[in-house]
Design a protein around this ligand. Structure first.
Ligand code: ADP
Ligand code: MG
Ligand code: ZN
Length: 478
């Protein structure tokens, strides 16, 4: 039987506000446990939450960028459940009346673009964090850190429109990129600023009715999303093929084991006894506010890509690579601003810079080479101080040490040799050492010319000016 996967993602994005959603406590990551807390986020009785206006503004910004309708009057609701990291016994979220609805997002799929619907975007507060001493199963003590309690989250729920683990990862990537461009979320998945629950079911290809879904929790990287979904799809196939039924449940992705494991039966929304939070007034967003936010939307990835083509004359491909990360696009523009021609800058960033970053598993935001330093390297190439080949060596060093290119060239003696006499001497030595090749060249096998160039460059440690080497070699060999 040929099956098709049906996937919908619920993405939680932490909003980049300085303070929490309903109190003035700091949202800063990594502070000592329980230092960013107050009676409100500790869930003391009798306190009153007050909505952080910036939280609403960020969600409106995201809603508009994702083509959503912004509701004029949305409601906060209490989602009741018990967990030790949730002192109030409920989480403030939105239920019947979410802030944004009916949007969409376009992702690349099979060389085309595919529209994925966004069902809703709502606001909620994060819970605290449990820290277990020892591994989870044998933990002897557990601690509660409430710094994260009350940190603002935006939950973005996609339609069940994704059809493969690759599409799901692509959706995550595109969404992350847009949120980072909007500066509403830092997109840092390792620190949990962007988390994803994936709902997945399978159905016989051609069938319209959806199958029963499982919800996968606990995935904090694109790779995990993709792997967990691929595993889960295979698991569901095996269940169906052996005559069983997929049960609706919540499953946990265990990255070490490379498996999803049943965690609990899937709760239904009525289990949470949602009801409007009597402590909060409805969130009223007038049209003026929406229009103001719309007018101030920053340039989005698609627009930036089009501009890179028209303004810098870059090929579509380059523009796509460079705008896939806002920080990378910024890096490129800073390099051009520092005086490098757009296409050479793009080539260098895509080949040399991205390779170093990838080998290092580093984000471009932490790149040790600043755009001005890269521009300085280009000037050294342009004025003939170093060749393009040597520039790559210098760049590697710049990346490792963060030093200026001129200092590296000076210290390592990498200046290009343009001294004719020195090059001629190297050529004479190479010719003397290779009589056979000389014979071949003179009997018409001019292909060995390349061999001689290589040998001379080697003899000069790559420092000889390539044009001069060519010119002088031709003379001598002839
Ligand atoms: P909840 O998880 O809170 O019960 P919803 O019913 O709103 O939420 O659905 C959550 C997600 O599950 C959405 O992203 C939706 O696209 C997806 N989804 C719903 N039904 C299926 C299904 N049969 N297979 C795969 N995904 C589904
Ligand atoms: Mg869910
Ligand atoms: Zn607080």
């Amino acid at each position: 039987m040929d099956y098709e996967a049906v996937i919908g993602l619920e993405v939680h994005a932490q909003l980049l506000t300085k303070s929490k959603i309903f109190c003035g406590c700091s949202t800063e990551f990594g502070a000592p446990p329980n230092t960013h807390v107050c009676p409100v986020c500790l869930g003391m009785p009798g306190v009153l939450p007050v909505l952080n206006r910036q939280v609403a503004e960020f969600a409106i910004r995201a809603g508009l960028a994702l083509h959503c309708r912004i509701r004029e009057k949305s409601l906060f609701a209490r989602k009741n459940y018990f967990y030790p990291d949730l002192p109030k016994g409920y989480q403030i979220s939105m239920f019947e009346a979410p802030l944004c609805e009916h949007g969409w997002l376009e992702i690349p799929a099979d060389g085309k673009s595919k529209r994925v619907s966004i069902i809703r975007i709502h606001l909620e507060e994060d819970a605290g964090k449990l820290v277990h001493a020892g591994d989870f199963d044998s933990a002897v003590e557990s601690f509660v850190d409430l710094n994260r309690a009350g940190v603002p989250l935006m939950e973005i729920v996609s339609g069940p429109d994704l059809r493969s683990p690759e599409e799901a990862a692509e959706y995550m990537r595109t969404l992350r990129n847009i949120l980072v461009y909007l500066e509403v979320c830092d997109g840092n998945m390792e620190e949990g600023s962007l988390r994803c629950d994936a709902n997945v079911s399978i159905r016989p290809r051609g069938e319209e009715k959806f199958g029963t879904r499982a919800e996968l929790k606990n995935m904090n990287s694109f790779r995990h999303v993709e792997k967990a979904l691929a595993f889960e799809i295979e698991r569901q196939k095996r269940v169906l093929e052996s005559g069983g039924k997929v049960v609706q449940e919540t499953r946990l992705w265990n990255a070490e084991a490379g498996k999803t494991l049943g965690m609990r039966g899937k709760e239904e929304s009525h289990d949470y006894r949602y009801f409007p939070d009597p402590d909060l007034v409805p969130l009223v967003v007038d049209r003026e506010w929406v229009e103001r936010v719309r007018k101030n939307l920053p340039e989005l990835p698609e627009q930036k890509r089009a501009r890179f083509v028209s303004e810098y004359g870059l090929p579509e491909y380059d523009a796509g690579v460079l705008t896939a990360e806002k920080a990378l696009a910024d890096y490129f523009e800073a390099t051009v601003k520092a005086g490098v021609e757009p296409k050479p800058a793009s080539n260098w960033i895509m080949a040399e810079l991205l390779r170093e970053l990838k080998d290092d598993e580093k984000d471009v935001r932490d790149c040790p080479v600043r755009p001005e330093q890269l521009a300085a390297l280009f000037r050294l190439m342009k004025d003939g101080t170093i060749s393009g080949k040597i520039a790559k060596v210098v760049f590697s060093d710049m990346y490792k040490t963060g030093r200026d290119p001129a200092a590296i060239v000076e210290e390592k003696g990498l200046k290009q040799v343009t001294d004719t006499a020195a090059i001629e001497q190297a050529i004479d030595e190479v010719i003397a050492k290779n009589p056979t090749q000389l014979e071949q060249y003179r009997s018409g096998k001019t292909k060995v010319f390349g061999f001689f160039v290589g040998q001379v460059m080697k003899a000069t440690q790559g420092k000889a000016n390539p044009e001069l080497v060519n010119e002088l070699l031709k003379k001598k060999l002839g």
